[in-house]
Design a binder for this molecule. Structure first.
Ligand SMILES: NC(=O)c1ccc[n+]([C@@H]2O[C@H](COP(=O)([O-])OP(=O)(O)OC[C@H]3O[C@@H](n4cnc5c(N)ncnc54)[C@H](OP(=O)(O)O)[C@@H]3O)[C@@H](O)[C@H]2O)c1
Length: 257
């Protein structure tokens, strides 16, 4: 008889490192992955937020630890990797969620703002993954989840550097999948539509703009953070073991219209 995994979505016994866990999508991913059974390591610059979320997760019966780090500083990368491996002894799932969108007009982008955006949104996901791959290889299993965007496919106003980074993420995701899937590490990206977070405050603070984007979806509304729970657990779990190199749009049909 063919073997059946009775609970392929369970993350019990797995350890997830989530960057950008101080707010928005990263904090939601941490809650979702913890609810599915993973121990979570939270990373971002605002340590007070990380401490608060770690306590919330522990109070709900989960396991969480955290490390304050500025990922735009290369010297912090190894510290993050070493601390993450030491907290629970391994990392099975890497959620590369930290990101910035400086919303500058093309005329105003500087080499510094370009480097900050491309560095945090594109370079950090690759090098954190590269540093964690040896640990995942030891068990022949791992999951990397990058965060793409509508701007991976479409140009939006004031999105030159951000769009370049998110266009890059979809190709980086394919290339990471090509490099590491044979080791059992699958790499995929989620591409959220519009979700209310600190990063999208300029959209959600503007009723006209947020309604316009809601109307551009097939479903007729913008995203709620809980809309991401299922896909994040799925891509972190054995349920998605034969899916790699893909970017999955969670956009209410924005890109379908
Ligand atoms: N919200 C959306 O609709 C949407 C749509 C498509 C894609 N995304 C992507 O989703 C990801 C998360 O964004 P979000 O919407 O959840 O926005 P957010 O709430 O602003 O989250 C951004 C996260 O990145 C962290 N971060 C920023 N700079 C950092 C640095 N130098 N070092 C370490 N961490 C840093 C922030 O933490 P600290 O400030 O504490 O460091 C924060 O936790 C981003 O990659 C974004 O591009 C969002």
């Amino acid at each position: 008889m063919t073997e059946v995994n009775a609970n392929p979505l369970s993350l019990s016994g797995k350890v997830a490192l989530i960057t950008g866990a101080t707010s928005g999508i990263g904090a939601q991913q941490a809650r979702a992955l913890s609810s599915a059974g993973a121990s979570v390591v939270l990373v971002g610059r605002r340590e007070d937020r990380l401490k608060e979320l770690a306590e919330e997760i522990r109070d709900s019966g989960g396991e969480a630890d955290y490390l304050g780090a500025d990922l735009s500083d290369e010297s912090h990368w190894q510290l993050v990797v070493d601390a993450s491996l030491s907290f629970f002894g391994r990392v099975d799932i890497l959620c590369n969620t930290a990101g910035v969108n400086l919303r500058q007009h093309a005329d105003d982008v500087t080499p510094e703002s370009w480097d900050l955006t491309l560095g945090l949104n594109l370079k950090v996901p690759f090098f954190l993954a590269q540093k964690l791959i040896p640990n995942m290889r030891e068990r022949g299993w791992g999951k990397i989840i990058n965060v793409a965007s509508l701007q991976s496919e479409r140009a939006f106003a004031n999105g030159i550097a951000y769009g370049a980074s998110k266009g890059g993420i979809t190709q980086l995701t394919r290339a990471m999948a090509e490099a590491w899937s044979k080791d059992g590490v699958s790499c995929n990206a989620i591409a959220p539509g519009f979700f209310p977070t600190e990063l999208t405050a300029p959209v959600f603070d503007n009723d006209e703009m947020s309604s316009k984007f809601a109307n551009q979806t097939a479903i007729g509304r913008n995203g709620e953070l809980s809309d991401l729970d299922g896909i994040c657990v799925f891509l972190s779990s054995h349920a998605s073991d034969y899916i790699t190199g893909q970017t999955i749009y969670i956009d209410g049909g924005f890109t379908a219209k």
